[in-house]
Design a protein around this ligand. Structure first.
Ligand code: ZN
Ligand code: ZN
Length: 409
C-alpha cells in the first residue's frame, strides 16, 4: 500500500492541467449545502489553495517531549496521492491512549507527538482515483491509516492484525513518507480512502467521534465472541470504552453488569441500561457472582489483578482484555483450567467492522456521552481523564484550533 501511496510524484508541477484534473477540489462543495455550511467559505478556499502543490502546512496541537504539555504546532501534510482524501477535521475525541502515548508510557514515542484517533472531518479534496468520497462528504478516521493490504489478515478485513505491521494514526512510522504519523488534533489530515469511514447523514458528529476507537474496540469482541440476547456480560471499568460497551451490549439485549471502583458511577451504569453495578472491591459481592458470566470485557487501561474476574466466568466463558496493554497481573493456571475459561485480548477492529459499528450506532441512535471542549483546554482534560473525572469522553471542537488558541493552564 505504501507503493500505491507513492505512485504519484510528491511535488507535481502546479500548473499541469492533468494534476488539476486529478483533484476534484471544490467540486460538489456548493452542491452539498448541509455539510458545506460546517466549514467557513474563506477557510475552504484556503484549503483548496493549499493542496495539489505538494506537501502543505497544517495547524496542530501536540507535545514535544514526554514531559511537556500540548501546545500549538505547525506540521506538514502530504500532497494527495490518487487514493487520498483530505479531511478538514471538525471533531476529535480524547482517548486514554493519547495520554499514554504523549507521555511515553507505552515505550518510546517519536516527537513531536500529535495525538488523536477519533477523527470526524469534512472532505475538502479527493485524489483522482477516489471512489468512496466526494468533496463535502463527512468522513471518520480511527486508529489505523494504513496496512499492507496483501497479507492474510488484511485480505480478511482484519487490518488491525496485519502481519506486516499496520500504520497507526499517530506516532507510527509513516509508510507514505519519512517520519512518523501525526493524528487528529489538527485542522487537516490526509488519509488513503480505504481507511476513511463513511459517516452516515444524520449522525451526531461530535458524539460519533469516540465510536471510531471506543466503539469499535468494544463492538469487535462482542461480534467475535457472538454476544447474544440474554447472555450475561460484564463490563469491567466504566470510562470512555466502558460506557460505550454498556450501550452496545444493551442494544444486543444482553444482561449487563458493570464492575467499577468508583461508587459515583453506580447510578450511571444503571442509567446506561446495566442490570446492576458492582464495586469490584466488594469481595463478598464478587464471590456471589462466581461462574455467572458468559463474557467479560475489561476496558481498564492499566493492569490489575485479573483472577477475581476470571472467577466470574462460567464454563467456556471468556474474559477479553481490550484496555491494559502492559503485563497482566495475577492469572492463575488452575483458575482458568477448572471451567475451561479463556483469557483473550482484542485490539480495535478492521475497517469494514468499524464501518459496521458506525452504521449500527447511527441507525440505533447510539452515541458516546461527551463533553465538548476547546483545544486550549486539552491539558486540563488529560488530567481529568487520568483522575477518572470525565463523563465519559472529551471531544475537541476543532473549530477552536482555527482560532489560533494558546493552551490554558
Ligand atoms: Zn483510542
Ligand atoms: Zn497486512
Amino acid at each position: 500500500m505504501s507503493e500505491r501511496l507513492n505512485d504519484e510524484p510528491q511535488h507535481p508541477k502546479p500548473a499541469l492541467p492533468t494534476r488539476r484534473d486529478a483533484l476534484m477540489i471544490g467540486a460538489g462543495l456548493l452542491a452539498a449545502p448541509l455539510v458545506a455550511s460546517v466549514v467557513p467559505a474563506a477557510y475552504a478556499a484556503e484549503a483548496r489553495a493549499s493542496v495539489g502543490n505538494g506537501p502543505f502546512p497544517a495547524h496542530a496541537y501536540g507535545a514535544t517531549s514526554a514531559t511537556s504539555t500540548l501546545g500549538p504546532l505547525q506540521i506538514e501534510r502530504r500532497a494527495l496521492a490518487p487514493n487520498d482524501v483530505l479531511l478538514d477535521v471538525l471533531y476529535c475525541g480524547v482517548c486514554h491512549s493519547d495520554i499514554h502515548t504523549v507521555r511515553g508510557e507505552w515505550g518510546p514515542t517519536p516527537y513531536p507527538c500529535v495525538p488523536g484517533h477519533e477523527i470526524i472531518g469534512q472532505v475538502q479534496a479527493v485524489g483522482k482515483a477516489v471512489t468512496k468520497f466526494k468533496v463535502g462528504d463527512i468522513g471518520g478516521v480511527g486508529c489505523l491509516v494504513n496496512s499492507c493490504s496483501t497479507c492474510e489478515s488484511c485480505l480478511a478485513d482484519l487490518e488491525q492484525y496485519c502481519l506486516n505491521g499496520f500504520t497507526l494514526t499517530y506516532a507510527s512510522p509513516d509508510s507514505s513518507k519519512a517520519g512518523h504519523t501525526l493524528g487528529g488534533y489538527s485542522d487537516k489530515i490526509v488519509v488513503t480512502e480505504h481507511f476513511v469511514i463513511r459517516i452516515p447523514p444524520g449522525a451526531d458528529l461530535p458524539a460519533t467521534a469516540p465510536l471510531l476507537c471506543a466503539g469499535i474496540t468494544t463492538f469487535s469482541p462482542m461480534q467475535h465472541w457472538k454476544l447474544a440476547a440474554g447472555q450475561r456480560v460484564g463490563v469491567v471499568g466504566l470510562g470512555g470504552l466502558g460506557h460505550v460497551a454498556v450501550k452496545l451490549a444493551v442494544a444486543r439485549k444482553a444482561d449487563v453488569t458493570v464492575f467499577t471502583t468508583s461508587p459515583g458511577k453506580v447510578p450511571d451504569a444503571k442509567r446506561l441500561g446495566a442490570r446492576e453495578a458492582v464495586l469490584s472491591t466488594d469481595t463478598a459481592a464478587m464471590k456471589e457472582l462466581a461462574t455467572k458470566f458468559d463474557l467479560l470485557i475489561s476496558t481498564v487501561p492499566e493492569a490489575f489483578p485479573m483472577q477475581p474476574f476470571i472467577n466470574l466466568l462460567k464454563l467456556d466463558g471468556t474474559l477479553v482484555n481490550v484496555g491494559a496493554m502492559n503485563p497482566l497481573e495475577d492469572v492463575h493456571g488452575l483458575g482458568l483450567a477448572r471451567t475451561r475459561r479463556s483469557l483473550a485480548g482484542s485490539i480495535i477492529g478492521g475497517i469494514a467492522e468499524t464501518q459496521e459499528v458506525i452504521d449500527y450506532c447511527t441507525t440505533r441512535n447510539i452515541k458516546a456521552d461527551i463533553e465538548l471542549i476547546r483545544i486550549e483546554d486539552v491539558n486540563g482534560a488529560y488530567e481529568r481523564v487520568v483522575n477518572k473525572d470525565v463523563r465519559y469522553r472529551f471531544v475537541i471542537d476543532m473549530a477552536s484550533l482555527k482560532d489560533g488558541s494558546q493552551p490554558r493552564s
